[in-house]
Design a protein around this ligand. Structure first.
Ligand code: FAD
Ligand code: NDP
Length: 459
């Protein structure tokens, strides 16, 4: 008989914490999970799910416009922000209930409140001391706030889902996933959006052709993109917020959304008391099996500050459960993780960018295609889809697949399987397309782009 209250105590009922709790309980462990806010964590409450609902909402404006070319007359249109937020809140409450049932049906005890570590086997939640053989830290991340004067007048992504009023004029600071997604959402909903990025081109780390293609598309959808620009300071005015930008221009808006990254949520968690080591950026350091510097304490998901994606946290949760209670030490393979940016148009991408592949393999073959989606031949919309394959020349293995265009996320999920299976360009070529689709382009691209090195040598 164990001398601990639980076999596993999980701190945080987000994507990773819930998965680890349920799986560990299913494997016979006695499990409890502490949650200080809402079951489901960031993804369900203030992340992926409400964000995607808002992306859907924002698409209707274009759909109504595009319908005309197909013979439809669409009557007067009006968007009501409070209806969207109320319906979104209803759906999130439904999901919170599902998470509660999933946990309780699995036999997991839910402990409401903030958990703080006391030692290698003990935590305190709302004055209750609880011991466990293993503790799993799955506390996620928090938005970073900038430091410039007046930054407190702006909001972060946590707030954007609960705004009482849709800002008529929105300034978005940042050039990562969250900034481009919300710039697209609010522009689609009719706000006047300006997006600032501090560098030459946003979405650092993504394939350069994707970055350039999205930068060319967003202004067509009325996002005023300004690169090499930051906010110097902000003050309140009688009409809203006045921001001075680098270069001296000023901009008056109703709201400023800072989307400049997220940091691990570890403050006042008792890490020092328990002896859990963190890295230079505050991420909890773990080994290949998610064990921290304290042998009985594990950590996963955003708090480890590595790949901040829900499916990754889920895979890590599964791995922790198998390692601790399945008799199967399990790690996660981080290669070829497909990901999407729900920008407008969206990005779907898996594997290596051209730049990284060239560094890694030297010679690569590039196949790229840009075209107007079939739908827009009648709608008249000026929008370009871009698809690209990066192929390691020597083995002909496809090491990167990238798309900007409608349904990119849905299409690239399937390509993720092909890359994981090590498919070569010949396998792509031997695959019959589905016609008429955009996706078929991925199996019909035959002309490789001129190699920059060969072109230089030929000069
Ligand atoms: P979280 O889901 O953040 O869960 C942590 C939980 O721990 C929270 O519920 C928190 O309240 C709780 N907690 C923290 N400290 C304590 C404590 N001391 N005691 C008790 N409870 C505590 N990923 C995708 O894959 N696709 C997307 O489309 C996507 N969109 C996103 C959009 C936004 C705006 C944001 C912010 C993120 C998005 N992400 C997306 C990322 C995704 O949400 C995260 O990677 C994922 O939620 C991480 O899961 P986690 O389990 O590590 O932490
Ligand atoms: P990201 O790390 O993706 O991007 C942060 C952006 O802010 C970068 O453009 C960065 O620029 C810029 N930045 C950083 N510091 C400053 C500063 N002080 N001033 C101005 N700009 C700054 O973070 P996000 O907040 O967008 O998202 C966090 C993570 O959440 C993502 O990385 C992703 O893993 C996850 N997520 C996933 C989504 C999805 O799957 N669709 C959607 C939303 C979030 P630079 O590049 O120059 O450093």
């Amino acid at each position: 008989m164990s001398s601990y209250d639980f076999d596993l105590f999980v701190i945080g009922a987000g994507s990773g914490g819930v998965r680890a709790s349920r799986m560990a309980a299913a494997m016979g462990a006695k499990v409890a999970v502490a949650e200080e806010r809402h079951l489901g964590g960031t993804c369900v409450n203030i992340g992926c799910v409400p964000k995607k609902l808002m992306v859907y909402a924002s698409h209707f404006a274009e759909e109504f416009e595009d319908a005309a070319g197909f013979g439809w007359t669409v009557g007067p249109r009006n968007f009501d922000w409070s209806t969207l937020i109320a319906n979104k809140n209803c759906e999130i409450t439904r999901l919170n209930g599902i998470y509660e049932r999933l946990l309780t049906d699995a036999g997991v005890e839910i402990v409401e409140g903030r958990a703080v570590l006391e030692g290698p086997h003990s935590v305190v939640v709302a004055g209750r001391r609880i011991t466990a053989k293993y503790i799993l830290i799955a506390t996620g991340g928090l938005p970073v706030r900038p430091t410039e004067p007046g930054q407190e007048l702006g909001i972060v992504s946590d707030d954007v889902f609960f705004l009482e009023k849709q800002p008529e004029r929105l300034l978005v600071a940042g050039g990562g996933y969250i900034a481009v997604e919300f710039a697209g959402v609010f522009a689609g909903l009719g706000s006047k959006v300006t997006q600032l990025y501090r560098g030459d081109l946003f979405l650092r780390g993504f394939d350069d052709d994707l970055r350039k293609a999205l930068a060319a598309e967003m202004p067509k959808k009325h996002v005023d993109l300004r690169f090499k620009t930051i906010i110097e300071w902000t003050v309140k005015t009688s009409n809203g917020l006045l921001a001075e930008l680098s270069g001296g221009q000023t901009l008056e808006v109703d709201q400023i959304l800072y989307a400049i990254g997220r940091r691990p949520n570890t403050a006042a968690l008792g890490l020092e008391a328990a002896g859990v080591a963190v890295d230079g950026k505050g991420g909890i350091v773990v080994d290949a099996h998610f064990r921290t510097s304290v042998p009985s304490i594990y950590a996963l998901g955003d708090v480890t500050n590595r790949v901040q994606l829900t499916p990754v946290a889920l895979a890590e949760g599964m791995a922790v459960a198998k390692t601790l209670f399945g008799g199967q030490p399990t790690s996660v393979d981080y290669a070829d993780i497909p990901t999407a940016v729900f920008s407008q148009p969206p990005i779907g991408t898996v594997g290596l960018s051209e730049a990284v592949a060239r560094k890694l393999y030297g010679a690569v073959d590039i196949y790229r295609s840009s075209f107007r989606p079939m739908k827009h031949t009648l709608s008249g919309r000026d929008e370009t889809t871009m698809m690209k394959l990066v192929v390691e020349r020597q083995t002909q293995r496809v090491v990167g697949a990238h798309m900007l265009g409608p349904d990119a996320a849905e299409i690239v999920q399937g390509l993720g399987i092909a890359l994981k299976a090590g498919a070569t360009k010949q396998v792509f070529d031997a695959t019959i397309g589905i016609h008429p689709t955009a996706a078929e382009e991925f199996v019909t691209m035959r002309e490789r782009l001129p190699d920059p090195e060969e072109a230089k040598a030929a000069e």
